[in-house]
Design a protein around this ligand. Structure first.
Ligand code: WT7
Length: 680
């Protein structure tokens, strides 16, 4: 499947400089290693495992699995029999064995320019041990779930690694999610403790996080799940003598509200002050759960994607090292939020496993101005930079001048993730940001895959703008047609994987059957990604986007069902159908069709109420761009909404294709006439 020769046309090659020191320095070397990773996976991953600390060694084959539902339960086990601790491998091993205690783990850069902090590996280890002891003192035990709802501060990393240290399972909820979303995730994970912060700023907008957390806990109580422990970090409301890790905020926060319930709330600072900074790690089984991370599901109910200790560690460490070609003098910066999988794998676990130095940024690319990213690149001499197409498109709008104000001569590798990158954005990233010097690693992966699965290696893979190129080691992709037949050569169809790699998810928390149904039932024998994909004549993979009822807004998945159910909960709405409409910055935006209850009209205020309702139920990321009144929806005779037709209406495209199954074609014309934002 992988070509013998590198293609000659339309391709970009990594710089010669990079090749000199690279871990994988040529396309031939990539092919060699790839072949060995597939033919002898135990040897391949076994060699990598030698770099890590195992309290006891594994027994039997390194990877054991069943990927075929017709043959029994789906399972994947990596390093069965071994025991280890991931926080030990990320921290103690780097401090004590590799003597990297004084190395900077994170340069924290706050929302406000000038708010900054440096944390070494030794300091991070100490803080993690302290907080691990705090968790223990609050009765958290191995296997317990802990929800974390925090801004991008060092303490977020501390909280997650403290969980990992004692074998508790963290469930991080992105701080942009609503109280309702947090409540749903707390209840699904049945967690025993919540960790949050008072508030934070995103640009000049204050988020009263504790207020939202309290609202979520009240909702949990109302639904019969009284969670009565909440540790709160004072991030904005810190006292002057405070010596915890974040510096005092540079601005006054008159609007900050910090409700406090002494029966429930505990103060991060006073608990940690009293705790010892030594904590023997809990030695976990390889397949013990490490964390749950919720991702949108096409039925509307988020799924708790579960990752386990050993396989996730090996996979994030290896992908980080090779995809960013990590070198000891690098300063690496991933702009994602830790609340998403990108932050889990490529801010916390992958970089720390390698002893890397990273920037941890709390703010926004446009605050206080649109040069902020490049200013930070120069300030810390960032050499490896990882961001999302939506951020690139946003900054592109302001032209090259804000970029050129800064030197960026430290940059060596650029990365992207979250959605297919359009060639225009690719070229701007390559030519303007990287000045034509830096290869771009377009990394395709999912919350479920744990780490990169299709990706170039920066010094080895000839790049084609818009293609995630080839599989990472251990990953075997295939393209299937609708009947589940594998297509050979140039082709287009469903992207699937034929065998597991160490970092693949193990189950949906609390619902293994749902895991099997979503990913393995449609095409037995394969893991189904839900993405469409094309393979070109040179064997390059081009992911074309979701082929299920999922939307990708700014690199984050939402399900149409999730937004629809938020809309129909409003008393005015009888029925709703949501589709994605291409958007120049966000990739896709939400276009919602609503059928109102009898006699109602879609006034401006009702429209605003509906948008607010979706925001409150899900979060700001799901705010609809358009809401259109739809007295009728296009349905098949069997009553299924034809989203394909709605997508065309949203884009004002009259070529509808085959509509012979439509029950009543007059509704379509009516919808075209009443489109919102006609002309857009
Ligand atoms: C979906 C997964 C993986 C971290 C961020 C999103 C899309 C992601 C790419 C890429 C084309 C991409 C896919 C995938 N996607 N990266 N490089 N090229 N599409 O994680 O929320 O689990 O979303 O994002 O559609 O299935 P996620």
């Amino acid at each position: 499947m992988i070509p013998d020769k590198a293609p000659k046309e339309d391709v970009f090659h990594g710089s010669e400089d990079l090749k000199k020191e690279a871990h994988v320095s040529s396309f031939d070397r990539y092919k060699e290693l790839y072949a060995s990773s597939i033919e002898r996976p135990d040897e391949f991953w076994g060699d990598i495992a030698k770099d890590f600390f195992w309290k006891t060694k594994h027994t039997g084959p390194l990877l054991q699995y069943n990927f075929d539902v017709t043959k029994g339960e789906i399972f994947v086990k990596c390093m069965e029999g071994a025991t280890t601790n991931i926080s030990y491998n990320l921290l103690d091993r780097n401090v004590h064995e590799r003597k990297l205690g004084d190395r900077v783990a994170f340069y924290w850069e706050g929302n406000e320019p000038g708010d900054e902090l440096t944390v070494t590996y030794r300091e991070l280890l100490q803080s993690v041990c302290r907080f691990a002891n705090v968790l223990k003192s609050q009765g958290v035990k191995k296997g317990d779930r802990v929800s974390i709802y925090m801004p991008m501060v060092v303490e977020l990393v501390v909280a997650m690694l403290a969980c990992a240290r004692i074998g508790a399972v963290h469930s991080i909820v992105f701080a942009g999610f609503s109280a309702e979303s947090l409540c749903e995730r707390i209840m699904d994970s049945q967690c025993s403790l919540l960790i949050t912060a008072d508030g934070f700023y995103r640009g000049d907008k204050l988020i009263n996080l504790k207020l939202l957390a309290d609202e979520a806990l009240q909702k949990c109580r109302d639904k019969g799940f009284p969670l009565d422990k909440c540790i709160m970090l004072r991030h904005l409301s810190k006292e002057a003598e405070d010596t915890s890790q974040s510096p005092p905020a540079k601005r006054a926060c008159p609007d900050l509200q910090v409700p406090w319930n002494p029966d429930v709330d505990l103060c991060w600072l006073s608990l940690t002050r009293a705790a010892s900074d030594e904590c023997e790690p809990e030695w976990c089984e390889s397949e013990d759960p490490l964390f749950i991370l919720y991702t949108s599901g096409s039925t509307g109910k988020p799924k708790g994607v579960l990752h386990t200790v050993a396989g996730y560690m090996l996979y994030t460490a290896t992908t980080f090292k090779l995809v960013f070609d990590h070198q000891p003098d690098d300063v690496y910066w991933c702009t994602a939020d830790i609340g998403w999988i990108t932050g889990h794998s490529y801010i916390t676990y992958g970089p720390l496993a390698n002893g890397a130095t990273s920037v941890l940024f709390e703010g926004l690319p446009t605050y206080p101005d649109v040069s902020r990213m490049w200013e930070i690149v120069d300030k810390y001499h960032v050499s490896k930079f990882y961001t999302a197409p939506t951020a690139i498109r946003l900054l592109m709008k302001y032209g090259s001048e804000p970029v050129k104000k800064f030197k960026r001569d430290s940059l060596k590798v650029l990365g992207t993730v979250g959605e297919p990158i359009n060639p225009e954005a690719w070229h701007w990233y390559y030519n303007v940001v990287g000045e034509g010097r830096c290869p771009i690693v377009d990394t395709f992966w999912q919350t479920e895959t744990g780490g990169h699965v299709l990706t170039p290696l920066p010094a080895a893979t000839p790049m084609k703008p818009g293609s995630a190129t080839f599989p990472f080691f251990g990953v075997v992709p295939a393209i299937l047609n609708e009947s589940g037949e594998e297509l050979e050569g140039p082709s287009e169809g469903y992207l699937v994987f034929k065998q597991p790699w160490p970092g693949v998810m193990r189950t949906v928390f609390g619902n293994h059957q749902r895991f099997e149904t979503i990913y393995f039932k449609k095409f037995p024998g394969y893991y189904v990604t839900g993405d469409g994909c094309r393979r070109d004549k040179d064997g390059y993979y081009w992911v074309t986007g979701r082929i299920d009822d999922m939307l990708n807004v700014s690199g984050h998945l939402l399900s149409t069902a999730e937004v629809e159910s938020a809309l129909v909960e409003h008393e005015a709405v009888a029925e709703a159908a949501v589709v994605g409409r291409p958007h120049p910055v966000k990739g896709e935006s939400l276009y919602c069709f609503v059928t109102l209850n009898d006699g109602l009209t879609l006034s401006r205020s009702l429209e605003a109420e509906l948008k607010q309702q979706v925001r409150e139920k899900i979060g700001a990321i799901a705010t609809p761009d358009f809401i259109q009144n739809a007295p009728g929806l296009p349905k098949t005779r069997s009553g299924k909404i034809m989203r394909r037709v709605l997508r065309k209406i949203a884009c004002d495209e009259r070529e509808l294709g085959d509509v012979s199954t439509l029950a009543d074609s007059s509704v379509v014309e009516q919808l075209f006439q009443n489109r919102c934002g006609a002309g857009v």
